[in-house]
Structures are given as C-alpha cells and as structure tokens.
Design a protein around this ligand. Structure first.
Ligand SMILES: C[S@@+](CC[C@H](N)C(=O)[O-])C[C@H]1O[C@@H](n2cnc3c(N)ncnc32)[C@H](O)[C@@H]1O
Length: 334
C-alpha cells in the first residue's frame, strides 16, 4: 500500500472511526484476522473456510495496488471479484427467516420481562421493515389488528404482502416525515439504524409517529461494550438466543475473547461482518455506513429526545448470519 492511502472514511454519526473492512487484511491485524476467521467458520461457513481465505487473497492483492484509487474503489473491486452470493443465496435466505423468528422471540421476551401489555386496537409501526417477517409475527403474537411497515426498498416476502391488516409505504430521503396520519402505540426498528446514513434523523422521524406512552423496541449492533458492563447485565439472561451468559450466569468463553479486543478492533470486527454479510453474501448494494454506537450513546440519544429507557438487554452475537454485538433497547415515549 502506498504511503498516504486512507483506510478510514469520515467518522460515523457518533464520531467513531469508520474503518474500511479491508483494514482486517493489513499488517498488524493478524490477531483480529485470526479471530474473525475462526468466528466466520464457526458461525457462518461451517467447513467453507476457503471463502475467508479467498477474500483475504483478493483483498491483499487489491490493497497492494492502490495508486490513483480511493478505498471505495478498492472495496468495490474486492466485492466484484468474490462470487459467493449465488452459491450462498439459499443458505442466507434460510438464515434470514430464522433470524426474524429469533428477533420476534427476543422482543416478546422483553415485553414479558417488563410486564408490558397491548390491546388488539394498538397499532404497530416498523421502520426498516426488510422482509416484514418480524412485524408480521409480532402482530400475530400480540393479536394486533394493524401494522404499518416502511423501508427505503420494498424487500417484503410474498406472504407478508398478502397478510391482512398490514400496509407498506416506501420511505424516501430526506426522511423528514413518514407518510401516514396515524400515531402508533408500538414501534420497532430492528437492525436498521446503523444502515441509515442519518440514523439520528430517522429515529426522530419514527419518534414523531409514536403516541405519548408508546413503547419503542430498538435492536442495534453496538460497539464499545466492556466485560465489566456485561457482568452487570444479568437481566439479559431472560432473552432467548443471547450468547453472553451460560445457564449459571457466567460469561461464555468466546465472548471473553471478544471483550479482550481493544475498542478499534471491536469496531472493525463489527464492520467486517456487516460488510461480509451485506455486500458479499447479499450483494444488493445495501447501504453500510457502519453507524455503530455504544449502548449508552443510543440511550443518551433516546433520553434526550423524549423517551425513558425502560431496559437495555445486551445479547451478544445472537443472530445467525449477522455476527455483530446486539442490544435490545425498550424505551417509552414520555
Ligand atoms: C438488516 S435490514 C433489517 C430488516 C428488518 N428490520 C429485520 O430486522 O429483519 C436493514 C433495513 O434497513 C433499511 N434501511 C436502510 N436505510 C434506511 C433508512 N434511511 N430508512 C429506513 N430504512 C432504511 C434497509 O432497506 C433494510 O431493509
């Protein structure tokens, strides 16, 4: 790599460094690379470790020739040379559905833990709904009559399109207003804020559509969590699929390895898997601005913008396919 070639972009919405995922393949990152390779094999590819090695080979080759190119060009060149999206399409689609089931179960566990009750007339809004499966299952389980879904792209699965009592509208920049007249009693925004270029603005737009006293459930990929912080979060054990604690409340070994990393490497770990999963597996030009914050960054933002934080559940690497450190924040509009 030539001197002066930049591997970071402008800082993210919380001011944290926005490293290129390819930083993983630069000198000095061998320990992180080893951990990522092991976790990728363990959680994602089973015996297909060759895939990680192929990405490494292509990335190192592209990084050796950066003359006249930006990091964006180099990343794109790597993305275009990895042809796994076809092979992995079925594999990833199955995992996506499984992931939706898990998220729904996690939201339900939080609702139960906090003793929250909803009535059939309460309306649900989901921003960044994706396939729509999480909202569809939550609506069913809470026996709600109506849910409103919105996203910048219509990714809804066919069965979701045909579910009664569910509307969808495209959400377009500049994201100042969601095009609906209702105020909602339940909001969900799951795995979405870090995909938005302006997550804080998208959050405010959603907040505007919530009724006073409404409950909003946010699932985010977070960075900067320390092992000390996790020890104080035994309440997370009530959430299914959390990977932090064993049944006795001890922190699991592979999570301890993650906590041993410094903050930059934890950020890079999250960035790498977000990139791998969205840009290599799904390959759909999904926006990956890596707007990761700490759980407290998010909670401070919620508190400053008219919400009480009822509970924060730290869940660890709980979702198949997305090996990111997840948190569930359940907050209530004042
Ligand atoms: C990882 S998917 C999550 C989908 C779904 N919520 C789930 O948990 O399965 C992220 C979603 O965020 C959406 N998204 C990206 N930018 C957005 C924005 N500015 N406003 C609303 N949604 C956005 C994407 O289109 C995508 O569907």
């Amino acid at each position: 790599m030539e001197n002066g070639f930049k591997l970071t972009r402008t800082p993210n919405c919380f001011g944290y460094p926005r490293f290129s995922p390819l930083t993983v393949f630069t000198p000095g990152k061998e320990t992180l690379r080893k951990k990522i390779r092991e976790d990728a094999v363990k959680y994602l590819f089973a015996d297909k470790y060759q895939m990680f090695d192929e990405i490494a080979r292509v990335a190192i080759n592209e990084l050796s020739n950066t003359t006249g190119r930006s990091i964006f060009d180099v990343e794109l060149a790597v993305e275009h040379q990895i042809h796994y999206s076809q092979n992995h399409n079925g594999f990833i689609q199955n995992r996506l559905r499984e992931r939706c089931f898990r998220i729904k179960d996690q939201l339900m566990a939080g609702i139960k833990d906090l003793g929250l009750h909803f009535s059939p007339g309460d309306k649900l809004i989901d921003v960044g709904a994706g396939s729509g499966v999480v909202a569809q299952m939550l609506k069913d389980e809470l026996e709600l009559q109506y849910a409103f879904l919105t996203d910048v792209v219509d990714y809804r699965y066919p069965d979701v399109r045909h579910t009664r009592g569910m509307d969808f509208r495209l959400f377009k920049p500049p994201f100042e207003k969601i095009d609906c007249d209702e105020l909602y009693q339940i909001g969900i925004i799951t795995n979405t804020l870090h995909h938005c270029d302006e997550p804080l603005k998208v959050f405010s737009t959603l907040a505007d559509r919530l009724a006073p006293g409404a409950v909003l459930m946010v699932v985010e990929s977070c960075v900067g969590v320390s092992v000390a912080e996790v020890r104080n979060h035994l309440q997370s054990m009530v959430i299914p699929y959390q990977t932090l604690f064993d049944q006795q409340g001890n922190i699991q070994d592979d999570q301890l390895e993650y906590f041993a990393m410094n903050d930059d490497d934890k950020m890079l770990y999250g960035i790498f898997f977000d990139w791998l999963y969205n840009r290599i597996f799904l390959n759909e030009n999904i926006n990956v601005p890596y707007n990761f914050g700490t759980p407290s960054d998010w909670n401070m933002h919620f508190e400053k913008n008219g919400f009480h934080v009822l509970q924060t559940y730290l869940m660890g690497f709980d979702q198949p396919a997305a090996i990111e450190f997840h948190t569930l924040h359940i907050i209530k509009k004042k």
